[in-house]
Design a protein around this ligand. Structure first.
Ligand SMILES: Nc1ncnc2c1ncn2[C@@H]1O[C@H](COP(=O)(O)OP(=O)(O)O)[C@@H](O)[C@H]1O
Ligand SMILES: [Mg+2]
Length: 435
């Protein structure tokens, strides 16, 4: 077997393969953990220029360039929705959320609309510049964060306090002014400007944000799965508002933190979701922590609902989203962004195992091998959280350490005994087949 990752020593469940008699043919645009997982399945790897494939883990560029020209058989599966950017471009996510909040206000009421108040006040630049200035003037002295909409890994992001910083930046080369009629300058890059969360929840004096994985297998009906594991990403440097230019303090991206002079790759800057949940529970008690996790569930569900009608619901597509969530001092979770291509590169052995298990479970749910009944509520580390309506837990998660007492079928940060679960599922499916 061809190894990509140096941490590839994970045991794999040995399930039969094939669509009918045929062995599944896969393609993969990425040379990281996903490639290891696909090769580990014993499927056949199609060459780069081959169009005959059953499963494709594609990059977003491929979707843009080729998806519309591709004819795909009924059973073929691909890992993005055609217009995934409706949720995963920073400006479009906010646009869709604002529209959905208005719609809820109109159709259901203020209380329901207020459940969407989980993203910081945000404007798109340059199109909403004047609205931003009005808002800026309403709250003098507060800090704002500026981000290019189509970049990632903390690139191009900066914080500011004074309007003058923006006017200077607008004139600079980074940002070319569209209404300069005298030349052929390119249009300016689109940015968003968001209110900076000035009082993040700190552990050991350090800021962190949380990466959570949500899998959508269909938008109509909306079917979404929540992965139990994830991680908190810490900044290496103690938090302070003194130095708002210091990206090591304010941006928690691993890509940023690993360039810090005192970064230790083995130690890393991550905590598992289980560690975080246990830490918070020990400090604040189950009830408070459950409230926070329930609010996170709202973030996943309301954000997905906000694009349900605009998303092209192609039956070939599924999507593994990486949510970035930040907790503030009151333990309120804030949605920072949603990624269509969450990093599948491992930073150490533990990270490799998390991502390997996650991706194996994604592939299990996508079910190319036609093994499932379609009625499963749990597959590996994933729990079905929404199936055109909230999914309720059968047993209140009795098999979990620290089970939540609320009844929705979500177990973020609870024990992830995915291998045992997969073995049980396999047995159940085999027994059901006999009858
Ligand atoms: N409104 C905000 N308040 C506080 N911190 C933020 C805010 N927006 C982003 N950050 C920090 O900046 C990091 C990068 O922002 P993000 O929107 O995720 O962009 P990128 O696509 O570059 O990852 C986040 O992980 C978080 O640590
Ligand atoms: Mg991010």
């Amino acid at each position: 077997m061809n190894k990509i990752g140096k941490y590839n020593n994970v045991n794999k469940p040995n399930w039969k393969r094939g669509i009918g008699d045929r062995t599944i043919r896969f393609k993969c645009s990425m040379q990281n953990v996903i490639m290891d997982v696909l090769r580990g399945k014993g499927w056949i790897e199609a060459k780069e220029d081959e169009t005959d494939f059953d499963f494709f883990w594609a990059d977003r560029n491929w979707m843009k360039e080729y998806f519309d020209q591709c004819y795909m058989d009924e059973h073929v599966r691909i890992n993005h929705f055609r217009n995934h950017y409706e949720l995963t471009r920073k400006n479009l996510m906010v646009k869709n959320l604002k529209r959905y909040r208005k719609q809820l206000d109109r159709e259901v009421g203020k209380l329901e609309a207020a459940k969407c108040d989980f993203f910081p006040t945000t404007f798109e630049l340059p199109s909403e510049y004047h609205m931003f200035v009005d808002e800026f003037k309403r709250c003098p002295g507060s800090i704002w964060i500026m981000k290019p909409v189509a970049k990632s890994q903390g690139k191009g992001i900066f914080l500011f306090r004074k309007l003058k910083d923006i006017t200077d930046w607008k004139k600079s080369d980074v940002y070319r002014i569209r209404d300069d009629k005298t030349d052929d300058k390119e249009p300016p890059e689109t940015y968003i400007v968001s209110r900076y969360i000035e009082r993040p929840y700190l552990i050991g004096g350090r800021k962190f944000d949380i990466r959570i994985y949500v899998l959508v297998t269909s938008y109509i009906p909306l079917k979404a799965w929540l992965y139990r594991s994830g991680f908190a990403r810490f900044s290496n440097t103690r938090f302070s508002l003194e130095s708002i230019d210091d990206t090591y303090v304010h941006l928690t991206n691993v890509a940023v933190q690993k360039t810090a002079p005192d970064y230790d790759p083995e130690k890393g800057c991550k905590w598992s979701m289980q560690q975080l949940r246990q830490y918070l529970t020990a400090r604040y008690g189950i009830e408070t922590v459950e409230k926070t996790f329930q609010l996170m569930n709202d973030i996943f569900i309301y954000s997905l609902q906000s694009v349900k009608k605009v998303m092209i619901n192609d039956k070939h597509c599924f999507e593994l989203y990486g949510y970035d969530v930040l907790l503030d001092v009151d333990l309120k979770p804030w949605l920072i962004e949603i990624n269509a291509s969450p990093s599948l590169t491992a930073s150490n052995q533990e990270d490799y195992e998390l991502k390997y298990g996650l991706l194996e479970d994604v592939i299990c749910i996508v079910d190319q091998e036609n093994k499932l009944t379609g009625k499963e509520k749990r597959i590996g580390g994933f729990d079905l959280m929404w199936n055109e309506g909230p999914v309720l837990a059968d047993d209140g998660g009795a098999d979990c350490i620290n089970p939540p007492t609320y009844s929705t079928n979500t177990f973020l940060g609870c024990h992830n005994d995915r291998k045992t679960q997969l073995q049980q599922l396999k047995k159940q499916l085999a027994a059901a087949k006999k009858h």
